[in-house]
Design a protein around this ligand. Structure first.
Ligand code: IPE
Ligand code: IPE
Ligand code: MG
Ligand code: MG
Length: 316
């Protein structure tokens, strides 16, 4: 059913992207390569990043082939990061199905991730113009963020500013790039493009904060992921970092290896850290909304606001 936040044009756009995704990821003549590379695409996923490309492209001339290619490319890149992230985080479930490494082993998972990075890059090259550069720089930033996260793992007293910088890179980069790709490939005006990139940055931060909350409080039947993974990996997210500032006992216990969700969660609730982290996610979402306010009130702007509400709605 179409509505301002889920319009028919977006459904049509996303149907084309879906076909392109399968075509690109399933192109190999080698059965295992095609199977492993399409595994997570078949399993589902929100397709948030390509949707942002398509919606942002309404700021210029929509319907160009380069926009479709860029939207497909950014989802392939996102998928690649998921394959690698699941190896790093040692998770068994994603999108409600076994992760690639759980199914085929680490070697295949890493290589299928590489294959998806390359497939996305090839589509980016076909799109031409600024697309390959935007993609490549975003990929580099994701890697920086993931390395910074690895470097800081196990430190419950990590500065909050540091943490925010890391999530801006590991997650914000692809959201920012998605909005930028939509604007760039459609030839949007510079002012609109700047506003969209600013929107994407804030949305990306809000999105990761919400994902981090879901890792602590989410229903695995909804998220398709195993709760408590961040804690188990020593990846201390905003609620944990905030709680450790007011309760040094928590920091000590985490350092001693007491990282079980059912032990930690009550402390996050008692100290108000969970509520505070949610408030910060909401204020990032408000910053994203403010960035949009400089744009003309168009139906597609409303659709972007709908995306924002959808992200927050997961934990509201
Ligand atoms: C998961 O992203 C990785 C994060 C940045 C938290 P999504 O939550 O967008 O994953 P899918 O694509 O819907 O599975
Ligand atoms: C990973 O963040 C972000 C990426 C760059 C893939 P998370 O580790 O929180 O993502 P999930 O929760 O596994 O999807
Ligand atoms: Mg992960
Ligand atoms: Mg997560």
């Amino acid at each position: 059913v179409s509505s301002p936040t889920r319009p028919q044009w977006l459904a049509d756009d996303m149907a084309r992207i879906e076909d392109l995704l399968f075509e690109a990821a399933g192109a190999s003549q080698l059965a295992l390569v095609a199977e492993a590379s399409t595994h997570l695409i078949k399993a589902g996923g929100k397709r948030l990043r390509p949707a942002l490309v398509m919606i942002s492209s309404r700021a210029g001339e929509p319907g160009r082939r380069a926009t479709d290619l860029a939207a497909t490319a950014i989802e392939l890149v996102h998928l690649a990061t998921l394959y690698h992230d699941d190896v790093i985080d040692e998770t068994e479930t994603r999108r409600g199905v076994p992760t690639a490494h759980a199914k085929w082993g680490t070697d295949v998972a890493v290589l299928a991730g590489d294959y998806l990075f390359a497939s996305g890059s090839a589509l980016g090259a076909d799109a031409g113009g600024e697309v390959p550069g935007i993609l490549a720089r975003a990929i580099a930033e994701v890697c920086e963020g993931q390395i910074a996260e690895t470097e800081s793992a196990g430190d419950p007293l990590r500065p909050v500013e540091d943490f925010l910088d890391t999530i801006g890179k590991k997650t914000g980069a692809l959201f920012r790039a998605s909005c930028d790709l939509g604007a760039a490939t459609s030839g949007a005006a510079p002012d609109a493009r700047r506003a969209l990139v600013e929107f994407g940055s804030h949305l990306g931060l809000a999105f990761q904060m919400v994902d981090d909350l879901l890792d602590l409080t989410g229903d695995p039947r909804v998220t398709g992921k195993t709760p408590g993974t961040d804690l188990k990996e020593g990846v201390y997210t905003l609620p944990v970092l905030l709680a450790c500032r007011s309760d040094r006992g928590l920091a000590r216990r985490l350092r001693e290896g007491h990282r079980a969700l059912d032990e930690v969660l009550p402390v996050l609730e008692r100290t108000g850290a969970l509520a505070e982290a949610f408030a910060r996610a909401r204020s990032e979402a408000e910053a994203a909304r403010t960035a949009l306010a400089t744009l003309e009130r168009t139906p597609w702007r409303q659709t972007l606001e709908g995306v924002l509400d959808g992200v927050l709605g997961q934990v509201a």
